[in-house]
Design a protein around this ligand. Structure first.
Ligand code: AHR
Length: 496
């Protein structure tokens, strides 16, 4: 019965800001994410600026990307940054051992990445090589990128390579998945190594301190979180990262586009697990950092399926359907609602890999349903999160049930309130009553992303099948909003 969907906004309890960095992305040297994705080199058929594809830059600017993580992922722990600087023709060719042993010509390196970030106005987030690199190599990278006015070999080299001003990169990840591809370390080994790295990367007199991000768990290994938080002094750590993919079974991930409802349900179950994963990690962090100084950073998240038929299995190229739109809306709501601790998240990955916001094929480009959700939701960036209580109907399959409705809300600096709603139910619309508390809104408008089949997606042949349209099923009656959400839809409302 519809009356079961009751949402109550609590504006009087609003205190935490939704960081723009929750709208972060991840670009790894993997498959066609960087080469033949973001970077097309001297391909004359595709408009580009020094190799960086301009239609992608335009699309990413509209998305308002908060932060962009690079160069990996597993790739990062095998990457030597010195291979990617200097005249392109002279750069050493290496092998991408993490992803299919393909030849890496290093044409896209530190300068190219940081220029891309400037073009799309995103904060860069660099992942240091702890797995196969050295403390010295990492400390040199920070110096090369950030040292403002020193006179040294590295700052001279930067200037010789075309950049005299420092970039002032704030976010630095110390290793990646160090319990696996980043070195197969134990938690205590990692914490001991981390302390050395965190000590020797310094800010070289920049006004803002570095933001050092330690590797956290990628499964329910809360002992990892416990050890890292216990063994790393608070003065050496600003963030702890976690990874969680909505994958139904690592051995049989299922097709990205041809899936039965049962697989859809299992993907949603995995997407909802993010909530518990964040809550439990925060609980452990609270023990060692009750003031919530250390941010929880979800620097890899998204759906993961089998690759598209006929494509290289190491390239992780997958289509993106309304199922992915559900993962995106649900995950962003979860991040918002944990704004007290979650201050960055990075969708994996930005172009042509996993749950991408953009897919490319030669000169063609497709914006995926995930792109549209992130664009609709970006009104929440840097707004104050309004806590919500949600009483939702269930979405039931066999003996399992999930909440069908997910909600988050925020108030921006102009006084507008935005409410984001997701109905993951595959075949049932949801009638929702939203009590607005003390908000006192006078008008409501909105946009919706929906489609007729959950497997629907935007393709190179039909790129605009799924795009946001005006939503007119929200009615304001006094202090209450009545909303009808179609099955598997995402809605963002604006209240003034
Ligand atoms: O995003 C793909 C891979 O997934 C990353 O390289 C790694 O960190 C994770 O296992």
């Amino acid at each position: 019965v519809s009356a079961q969907n009751i949402v109550v906004l609590q504006p009087a309890k609003a205190k935490d800001t939704i960081s723009k960095n929750i709208y972060g992305h991840f670009a790894e040297h993997l498959g066609r994410c960087v080469y033949d994705g973001l970077y097309v080199g001297d391909n004359k058929k595709i408009p580009n600026k020094e190799g960086i594809r301009l239609d992608i830059v335009d699309a990413l600017k509209k998305l308002k990307v908060g932060v962009l993580r690079w160069p990996g992922g597993c790739f990062a722990d095998g990457y030597h940054w010195m291979d990617g600087i200097g005249p392109k023709a002279e750069r050493k060719h290496t092998e991408n051992v993490a992803w299919g042993n393909v030849r890496e010509n290093n044409a896209f390196g530190t300068h190219e990445f940081l220029e891309l970030c400037e073009m799309i106005k995103a904060e860069p987030y660099l992942a240091l090589n702890m797995g196969s690199g050295t403390v010295q190599e990492s400390s040199d990278w920070v110096k090369y990128v950030n040292h403002a006015n020193g006179s040294s070999y590295l700052t001279d080299l930067r200037a010789k390579n075309g950049r005299s001003k420092p970039w002032n990169v704030k976010y630095w990840g110390v290793g990646n998945e160090s319990w696996d591809c980043g070195g197969n370390m134990t938690a205590s080994q990692y914490a001991a190594e981390y302390r050395k790295y965190a000590t020797h990367i310094t800010n070289y007199g920049n006004s803002e301190n570095l933001f050092r991000i330690a590797v956290g768990p990628g499964s329910e290994d809360y002992n990892w979180t416990e050890t890292v938080m216990r063994d790393i002094p608070l003065k050496l750590i600003e963030g702890l990262s976690i990874h969680h993919y909505s994958v139904i079974n690592w051995a049989a991930k299922g097709s990205a586009t041809q899936f039965p409802e049962q697989e859809y349900f299992r993907t949603m179950e995995q997407a909802w697990r993010m909530d518990k994963f964040i809550a439990k990690n925060s609980e452990v962090m609270d023990k060692y950092d009750p003031q919530k100084k250390v941010a929880l950073i979800v620097d890899e998240w998204g759906g993961w399926y089998e690759v598209e038929p006929g494509t290289n299995k190491n390239f992780l190229y997958q289509q993106n359907t309304m199922r992915d739109a559900m993962i995106a809306g649900l995950s962003l709501n979860i991040f918002h609602n944990h704004a007290d601790r979650v201050r960055m998240a990075n969708l994996a990955q930005i172009v042509n890999v996993l749950q991408a916001v953009i897919l490319t094929k030669e000169e063609k480009l497709v914006l995926t349903p995930t792109y549209h959700v992130m664009e609709m939701y970006n009104v929440h960036q840097d707004a104050v999160m309004i806590p919500v209580t949600v009483n939702s109907e269930d979405y039931v399959m066999g003996d399992k049930k999930l909440k069908a409705v997910s909600v988050s809300a925020s108030k921006d600096k102009n006084g507008s309130t935005h409410v984001s709603l997701v109905n993951i139910h595959s075949n049932k619309e949801q009638n929702i009553t939203i009590n607005l508390g003390e908000l006192g809104a006078k008008s409501v408008t909105g946009r919706i992303l929906s489609s007729s089949k959950i497997q629907d997606h935007n393709s190179f042949e039909n790129p605009n099948l799924i795009t946001p349209v005006v939503f007119n099923k929200a009615t304001l009656i006094g202090n209450e909003l009545k909303v009808t959400l179609p099955p598997f839809s995402v809605v963002v409302l604006e209240l003034k």
